[in-house]
Design a protein around this ligand. Sequence first.
Ligand SMILES: O=C(O)CCC(=O)C(=O)O
Ligand SMILES: [Fe+2]
Length: 369
Amino acid sequence: MGSICDESVIENVDAPPTYAPSLPVPNVQELVKKEPLQIPDRYVRDQDDRPQMNDDMSCLSSEIPIIDLSLLSKGDKEELSKLDLACKEWGFFQVVNHGMAKELLQNMKDATVEFFELPLEEKNKYAMPPDDIQGYGHAYVVSEEQTLDWSDALILVVYPSQYRKLKFWPSTPTGYKDIIEAYSKEVKDIGVELLRSFSTIMGMDKDALLGLHEELVQALSVNYYPECSRPDQVLGISPHSDTSTITILMQEHDTHGLQIKHINGGWMLVKPVPGALVVNVGDVIEILSNGKYKSIEHRAVTNESKARISYASFLVPRDDVEIGPLEHLIDSQTPQKLYKKVVYGEYLRSSMKRPLEGKAHMQMAKVET
Ligand SMILES: O=C(O)CCC(=O)C(=O)O
Ligand SMILES: [Fe+2]
């Protein structure tokens, strides 16, 4: 994106922002329909990057902390210290008692399945434009050489509402837009509650983190991972950490796919807990906390006989917000600043100009040593 465009986006904060271009690539769902047994070379991973399908680490997955939001909201000390530990040791946790009605979670899943089952021409009415990653298509494709992910996505900015580009919001199935709105509103409320607890464990007033965001920006990525005849050769989504403050993810209760890189180096499956939402610490929290809390690398693997859908809501600061380590968190444990101040919108766009590649995009915020 040209610099004139970047500046206008950052100055005029109430206009819907544009993010980054992504190159057009084949639709994976169609590819599978046409030739289910064929894996085009562009999707085949190098040997070292391939998923181990019988990963021993997967048995550790139940250890991912489970946090009770109803206790956090009451300021329960024990639950807050569980959250602190979860963010230090895992960067991931599952939230229960979050208050979102089971029916709404189910409606979101049912309507989404209907959307992805529509013919391609119908879904392409909401196709991503060449200059941005909102709509139906693929994000983070920046070169013809890069290995592609085995997935399609529908990406929408939902909050603040004046950022919405409604032409990308599907009119079919009927009511889908309202369901997306209702689901996202609940996710936002859960996110606000979580950010209050994050403020507390980071030693601040409960509304400090929210204030720092100026405006809470929320985007939804509905990821569709078609079944794959060679799940051992491809990845549904490449390893990456999220550029968000936090990400709130709903996954299906009966289809696995999400794996996180445990701090001891192995890939570990996040086994779905029915009704729970998966939350992960994003780069913004890692930077603000000067690395005390980590945005952990994760990826998704595919399944041989079943498609999987996941729903990621990214909560991020407004584009013009400066983020850097909070002064009071520079302490005896981390006396050196690990990150410099960056303007969030610039950080986000610079990361979107690269393929997803672990934590490489965080380099621009690192203090050179
Ligand atoms: O599908 C998943 O479980 C992970 C999705 C994800 O990491 C993302 O959308 O950033
Ligand atoms: Fe992610």
